[in-house]
Design a protein around this ligand. Structure first.
Ligand code: SF4
Length: 114
């Protein structure tokens, strides 16, 4: 059994997922928790939020995030990718900085104007 706290809503149900029984989920109070538990046990994903270096702006780093969650196992590699790049001002919120980050289908976007 794998144990998770469901983060879909503030109630925070304690989930148990039985990987030996078709990823059956216990402890969820609603169907969204069942889906969350299955996803966490089989293919956990996270939205990456971070910053990248920027030149020509009032700040030295620009806040960024992925426009959809990426596999949790790729977060470290994605951070290395972010650490390698430097963007230039002007940037606008929503501008794509890296398209299809690591082939995940998610874009890295700026989250503020700089
Ligand atoms: S299982 Fe449902 S009620 Fe419980 S935390 Fe998840 S979304 Fe909220």
């Amino acid at each position: 059994m794998k144990q998770f706290i469901c983060t879909v809503c503030p109630r925070g149900c304690r989930l148990s997922v039985d990987e030996n029984d078709g990823y059956k989920v216990y402890g969820n109070s609603c169907p969204r928790g069942e889906q969350y538990g299955k996803n966490e046990a089989t293919n956990p994903v996270r939205t990456l939020t971070s910053t990248v270096k920027i030149t020509g702006a009032a700040l030295t780093r620009c806040p960024v995030r992925t426009d959809k969650p990426i596999p949790k196992g790729l977060l470290f590699e994605a951070m290395e990718e972010l650490n390698r790049i430097t963007v230039s001002s002007p940037l606008h919120r929503g501008d794509v900085i890296i398209a299809d980050l690591l082939g995940t289908g998610a874009n890295l976007i700026a989250t503020r104007d700089l």
